[in-house]
Design a protein around this ligand. Sequence first.
Ligand code: ATP
Ligand code: MG
Length: 724
Amino acid sequence: MDVSRLLEQLNDKQRDAVASPAADMLILAGAGSGKTRVLVHRIAWLMEVEGIAPWGILAVTFTNKAAKEMRGRIEELQGSALSNMWIGTFHGIAHRLLRTHYAEAKLPENFQILDSDDQYRLVRRVIKSMNLDEKQWAPKHVQWYINGNKDEGLRPENIDTHGDYNQKKLCEIYQTYQQTCDRAGLVDFAELLLRAHRLWVENPELLKHYQNRFRTILVDEFQDTNNIQYAWLRLLAAPSNNMIIVGDDDQSIYGWRGANVQNIQHFLRDYPQAKTIRLEQNYRSTGNILKAANAVIDNNQGRLGKELWTEGVDGEPISLYAGFNELDEARFVVSRIKDWQTQGYALSDCAILYRNNAQSRVLEEALLQESVAYRIYGGLRFFERQEIRDALGYLRIINQQIDDAAFERVVNTPTRGIGDKTLAQVREQAKENELSMWQASLQLLREKRLSGRAANALQAFIDLVLQLQKETQSQALELQADYVIKHSGLYAMYKAEKGEKAQARIENLEELVTACKQFSPPEEAENLSPLSAFLAHASLEAGDAQADKHQDAVQMMTIHTAKGLEFPMVLLVGVEEGMFPSQMSNDEPGKIEEERRLCYVGMTRAMQKLYLTYAESRRVYGQDKYHTVSRFIKEIPTEYIEEVRLRTKATVSRPMQSRFQSSASHTAFDSTGFKLGERVAHRKFGEGTVLNYEGSGEHARVQVNFDDVGSKWLVLSFAKLDKI
Ligand code: ATP
Ligand code: MG
């Protein structure tokens, strides 16, 4: 049997790990040192050399994408398809167990999974059914509380509320929620893990069966396991079994979601005989990228400590670009990607990574404008996100009351006591009389055919829409959006929620206002009101979502999503104080360290070329925020980094006069003869400010933000513009 190929392209330490006799093992090593590669080779080795059946191996990874990749790599090494091996995420494996043993897990055979949005809605309904005020018991917070306890393995009866009223109440909501789920056969994500754990605790025979079966357990990205996951692994890893865990404490980035990096120490405590292997050679990144990433992470305290080196070339220095605003940053990013493409590289070899999903919008628009294909992983396109759809729902209904989809979307968001029964009545009335739901509501109210409470609630909604409509009628688009978000109750609803996701929703709503401000209607929308034009734009953009999967496209994702992956070129954007590290992390040193680990993860995704970019000013919620370069960039020794200066010509600016007064670099003249920020007059459109220009001679175009009609692009050879 020739097994040499299983040990090819492995260094001594990797080989040691791959070919070691059966043992518990911790492979502790930095990014790109081949940890995942060792796992893959180890699995192949176990099967071919140790003669272990695929059936007896359990491999756990962090994402479905990673699991698929791992399976593919094993098959490649083996040269044949792999069947009967359990490779998956914790959630996937727990799900599989519960499906197989639903009766022992006390679940109905056809139990359903609740995703996190479904869970949220159910939590809300439960709060309402208990006659509790959502403002006081923000559903998001309750959801976070429930999941947090489940992650710790706690049922309501195990929680010590210390006699505290709030704690007791939360615990009661958890209990009612759980009863509702159990009655309806619903299982949320955290419940999958908790129940799979309980399944084994309560059924020792079953546990024994799996202990006998899975003699080898391998876990990738172990640093991000939470307590219930580790407890579950420990049950399975009976003394006669082997557990091989692979991790990097410097890449622990899910602390905010209950992951516990201490689990690495717990493993060493619980398996004192475990062999620790440290890998120190990095095979992924060039020397400059690696040394820079090492320098950044070196600023964290209490690391398990490891040095990474590479035999590879130093490569190009990291390029740093300071955009003067986020549009400029986006344009720079796109220009680099186009250069990359011109050099003959694939777009899919290139990734744009950002801290928050909300940052993708400006980048997406810049890519669309230049017709560069892109694909977003994890996270919806901007206009498809729940909170954005809610806000657009309000904008749509004030734009056109008969928009039934919008009506349905917002009539009870935020909840205002309009129940399913009332809505069913409205729908029926609309159907019978061929009316819109809006008209049907008015009719029902006029004819007093609703119960007192329902009528009041519906009337309040109608009044709200009319009021929003009236107040925003003559306002500029972004003020309309701002007003509607604030006064519809959406802002308050999301603001009341806790946690990272709620924060992201608020940021997205703010981003929507910015999008309105930056929107300039295309020529074909000349006759539409700005609001109608914007709504059309938003739905067209959303309609674009299903990009061709086989198309060569730039990869866009958050840094969290990029964990474990690698790309020849990486553009890490928004690396400025207040964005990255995020504003929220400023209060706690622990959080700053998690942000720094995230930065380390982001930088170490790059193989050949890394760009770091930031914006000196960024519009957040219609307001310019001035940020300084991130501390993480300052932590990189200057020899590894090179600043890109492109500002010979100011090409990007945005519709606000004050921008141009702040910096001399914005006042460059162009061949158009106009100056950015200059005031001009047009016969038809009136007075305005020059925002942008491009081209020359008869093709020269200027973008002007007119005081009355908003922003327009004008071809200078046609439009007569006077300086004033
Ligand atoms: P991360 O911490 O980011 O998950 P990792 O430690 O899991 O990284 P891998 O993804 O396994 O690292 O490996 C990084 C890259 O280095 C891969 O492209 C892999 O194929 C390559 N590699 C790993 N070990 C070797 C080796 N001994 N010789 C050549 N290439 C290697
Ligand atoms: Mg890996």
